[in-house]
Design a protein around this ligand. Structure first.
Ligand code: ADP
Ligand code: MG
Ligand code: MG
Length: 912
């Protein structure tokens, strides 16, 4: 028996049992559009009858070198006969003709990727009978010319322009502005000229045999799977290339049969903000593509409440049913034909990060989904996008006052973008990728072949199009700020400039767009990172907190960072890098003095001068983290990093020597000589400290051992700060972290020396404090000997940057500009190991570290403070390894909270 290639919309059960009952597989077989049309049919919603040719048929067709698989066409004809029975019409019948649309639909929605042909079945004869049955010649001739045009461009590849030119010409001749004013005769003559165009381009006549039309359209959909636009989109959206597309053949319904007919698209909730209110556009007396193309100005869909109240009421009820059924916000297409509502499509709606969060939370409140589902539905990337830059309100106000607010449009994808205007996708991509420029891509409207430019741009601006335009959908999907439909922009592509409010803006000029408000500004506005005050995000994260097992701490060096971290929900500081404090200008000179001198007393003096600074830093940190642990890492980098670099010293020296030759007076000579002497002294020390491999050199605990008074000063500062805070009533939990241990003895001697200082301070101050001494595990040897090390460490923190570097033997600083990128692109490495923890290598060392460490010291606190702590995939690994917490940058804390919860929930799902 041959395979079943075709399923009627009411044969969902058969399709489902063929693929084993899983909805995901049904979508794979019938495509998203087909599966949902069948599902809507099944639950009794009004869907025009039709059938789906499967993705398997598409793949078979493509594999066979463009030949229909055996029996497919016969099955298509049989299904067509069923549809004829249901509708009481006959395909190609001059008496009562059935017209159909041919619609592509892959497993994942690919907006605008593969085109639809409407009105299939029209020819000279059926046109006449349609005119008789509808009494509307204008409508029929308009439909007919649309078929020729769509068939020409979609199936046969005739460009749109010659068709559009004809319409424009007729409009001019008839002295009318809009298509709506053209008459039946106009459309009839336009149709004839369209057929001439068709003949000219294809050297064949427009096929008047409806079955021939259907066959060619089916084939065209199959072929479009491998069109360039489709391939580009799949690459960008990471969709597999072997899924194939289904073809949906569906009875036509007409929104253009007079004022009791309409067509529209809608989201069941607001796709930008998530507010629970139907949002959409519709047009009275029009066909579907009129709304999407943005050719005619649409009305907001809720206006239907006045213009066609009965249909509106039914529509609202259907959206409610759909949301309840799919338990998600839906994106729907509908048509009203002479007062009768038909549903033409539904799918889960694309939405902004903001909307995604709000909808998930509100659906929990409405009882549609569980809080576990809500947490699983929002991606960590969306939370990241949520916290993307916004314009600084002051900068915005100032720009407004200076008259730099150019125009406003639709705020379809939030976020602030600043960039240079680029008027086409190729240029946008070239500027962004090759020249590292920031660009805002500006177009009248975007098309699928613009996607590469949109991805490269900071933001997208269009003068036409609505909330459901291509630009809006793509921008939302990829999290790019976008403003569309800015009618005030006059874009002149030939001169490559745009005019707004009499201002001329050329390609390369800077503009700023606010995708959250729809405003467009001239010049560069300042951006800032938003606070986390969104009430729905807060609630979602609180839900996440109830599921996660991992703690989420933050890497913070300054009190301000610590405050932000806490505000974002951090449960502690997992890493405070003390050396950052050294780089501040008033301190650096003491640091340099300390490094330069060989005299113990001079070094003491320099360190004594630094101590109060460090103490103040820690006091700020402890105050911000009242009640929570704060891990402070002692100095880590090699000392030469605090001195001027060798090259600049050499050139400075050379300059001064030349100036010495030309010195005008003794005073100047004196001055220069002194400078030269100083520089030579520094240069000497820089040369002393020079190492061939500084990453593997005198740093971390080695430095503490070789220069004990430096780390002793730091520990004194920590404990003096802790004592002072305790006296103020602040609850402090300092944890002193010794970096780069590779042998237990290093840790042992360093800890003994340091803990001695701690005890001294506590004794001096008469204060009792809960503190810990621990170490970073960032050298493979430390992980392997974790049992020994745990004997002297009260906590571990994986420094996965260094651990990755030392495990791979790859220098992080060099590799990422060199071969590592090649490795990733060519698939030698699956991921960048500096971004995502290397599961098979580095993670194994971590597992050993955890296991052996806890064998010696059960309950040992283990965390991670490398860059990976904020990466969702790595967070999942940390969860599996049973770490106590991950520590990441304050901005990534919310992302990590969600990722940690998702790791826990995923584990539950696989266990249960
Ligand atoms: P896309 O994936 O680009 O949205 P669709 O297949 O959904 O393509 O169709 C394009 C337009 O044609 C939509 O507005 C849709 O509602 C309309 N359309 C498709 N099939 C029919 C039909 N049988 N009757 C009326 N309108 C239709
Ligand atoms: Mg559609
Ligand atoms: Mg390190």
């Amino acid at each position: 028996m041959t395979r079943k290639w075709v399923y009627l919309f009411d044969e969902l059960d058969q399709a489902s049992s063929y693929v084993g009952g899983k909805w995901d597989n049904v979508r794979g077989l019938l495509g998203g559009k087909g599966a949902n049309l069948a599902e809507m049919t099944r639950i009794g919603l009004p869907v025009p009858p039709g059938f789906t040719v499967t993705t398997e048929a598409c793949n078979a067709y493509l594999d066979a070198g463009m030949a229909f698989p055996e029996d497919m066409w016969q099955q298509e004809l049989a299904a067509l006969a069923e549809v004829e029975k249901k509708t009481g019409k006959k395909f190609g019948d001059p008496g009562n003709p059935l017209l159909v649309s041919c619609r592509s639909g892959a497993k994942f929605s690919m907006p605008g990727m593969m085109d639809t042909v409407l009105n299939i079945g029209l020819n000279e004869e059926t046109v006449q009978s349609m005119i008789k049955s509808t009494g509307d010649a204008r409508f029929v001739y308009d439909s007919y010319r649309r078929l020729i045009q769509m068939f020409g461009s979609v199936v046969m590849g005739v460009p749109d322009e010659p068709f559009e030119e004809v319409i424009t010409e007729v409009r001019k001749k008839r002295r009318v502005k809009s298509d709506a004013e053209l008459t039946a005769e106009d459309w009839m003559s336009i149709g004839e000229r369209f057929r001439d165009i068709f003949r000219r381009y294809n050297r064949i006549d427009f096929p008047t045999d409806p079955l021939e039309q259907l066959r060619l359209a089916t084939e065209a959909v199959f072929k479009s799977w491998n069109g360039k636009r489709a391939i580009d989109y799949r690459n960008a959206a990471k969709i597999a290339h072997d899924l194939g597309t289904a073809v949906n053949i569906q009875t036509m319904v007409f929104g253009n049969m007079g004022n009791d007919s309409a067509t529209g698209v809608a989201m069941t909730r607001n796709a930008t903000t998530g507010e629970k209110r139907i949002e959409g556009d519709y047009l009275i007396n029009a066909q579907g593509e009129d709304v999407v193309a943005g050719i005619r100005a649409t009305d907001p869909v809720e206006k239907m409440a006045q213009t066609m109240p009965a249909s509106w009421e039914q529509f609202v009820e259907i959206t409610r049913i759909l949301e309840k059924h799919y338990r998600n916000m839906q994106d729907v297409e509908f048509t009203v034909e002479r007062g009768k509502l038909w549903m033409l499509q539904t799918r889960d709606g694309k939405r902004t990060a903001q909307a995604s969060v709000r909808i998930a939370v509100e659906m929990v409140d409405e009882g549609l989904i569980s809080s576990e589902e809500a947490v699983m539905r929002v991606t960590p990337e969306q939370v990241d996008f949520f916290l993307h830059p916004q314009f600084n309100p002051h900068s915005k106000k100032a720009a407004g006052a200076e008259g730099r607010l150019l125009a406003s449009g639709l705020n379809v994808s939030p976020g602030a973008a600043v960039g240079m205007v680029a008027f086409d996708a190729d240029l946008a991509e070239a500027w962004a990728k090759k020249e590292g420029k920031k660009v805002v891509m500006v177009r009248p409207e975007t098309k699928p072949d613009d996607v590469h430019g949109m991805l490269a741009a900071e933001g997208i601006l269009t003068s036409r199009g609505g909330r459901t335009s291509h630009a809006a959908l793509v921008a939302r999907q990829f999290g790019k700020p976008a403003v569309v439909g800015v009618a005030a922009l006059e874009i002149d592509m030939s001169q490559r400039l745009m005019i707004v409010k009499e201002q001329v803006i050329e390609e390369g000029d800077w503009i700023s767009i606010d995708g959250s408000t729809g405003e467009v500004f001239l010049g560069r506005l300042d951006t800032m990172v938003p606070d986390i005050s969104d009430p729905w995000l807060k609630r979602l994260l609180v839900m996440a907190d109830s599921f996660r097992r991992l703690g989420v701490w933050a890497n913070a060096d300054y009190p301000d960072d610590a405050k932000r971290a806490r505000e974002y929900g951090a449960g502690g500081i997992g890493l405070c890098r003390t050396e950052h404090m050294f780089f501040q200008s008033e301190r650096l000179s003491f640091v340099q003095k300390m490094i330069m001198t060989n005299q113990p007393t001079e070094r003491r003096e320099a360190l004594d001068a630094l101590l109060p600074f460090q103490r103040e830093d820690f006091i700020g940190l402890f105050r911000a983290m009242h009640g929570l642990p704060v891990i402070i890492r002692l100095i880590d980098p090699p000392l030469h990093e605090f001195l001027p670099n060798y090259e600049s010293l050499m050139t400075g020296l050379a300059d001064n020597k030349i100036r010495l030759l030309r010195a005008a007076n003794l005073h100047e000579i004196d001055e220069l000589l002194r400078k030269i002497e100083d520089d030579e002294h520094v240069l000497g020390r820089v040369q002393d400290l020079h190492e061939a491999n500084p990453m593997l050199g005198l740093r971390g605990v080695r430095l503490g051992i070789m220069m004990p008074d430096l780390t002793q000063m730091q520990v004194r500062a920590i404990f003096e700060a802790a004592c002072q805070c305790t006296k103020e009533g602040i609850d402090v939990h300092p944890e002193v972290m010794i970096p780069l241990t590779s042998h237990v003895n290093e840790l042992k001697v360093q800890r003994e020396a340091l803990e001695e200082v701690a005890r001294q301070v506590l004794e001096e101050q008469g204060v009792v404090i809960d503190y810990k001494f621990g170490t970073m595990i960032e050298i493979p040897r430390a992980a392997l000997t974790a049992d020994e090390i745990a004997g002297h460490a009260q906590f571990f923190s994986f420094g996965t940057n260094d651990l990755t570097q030392t495990t791979f033997g790859i220098s992080r600083d060099d590799a990422e500009k060199g071969f590592l990128i090649d490795y990733i692109q060519s698939g030698i490495l699956p991921d960048n190991p500096f971004e995502t923890i290397d599961r098979n290598g580095v993670a194994q060392l971590m597992a050993i570290g955890v296991e052996r460490g806890r064998k010696t010291r059960p309950g040992l606190e283990v965390g991670i403070c490398g860059e990976h702590g904020g990466d969702p995939k790595s967070i999942a690994i940390c969860h599996e390894l049973g770490l106590n917490y991950v520590s990441c940058s304050p901005f990534r804390v919310p992302i990590a909270r969600l990722a940690a919860a998702q790791a826990a929930l995923r584990e539950r799902m696989t266990d249960g």
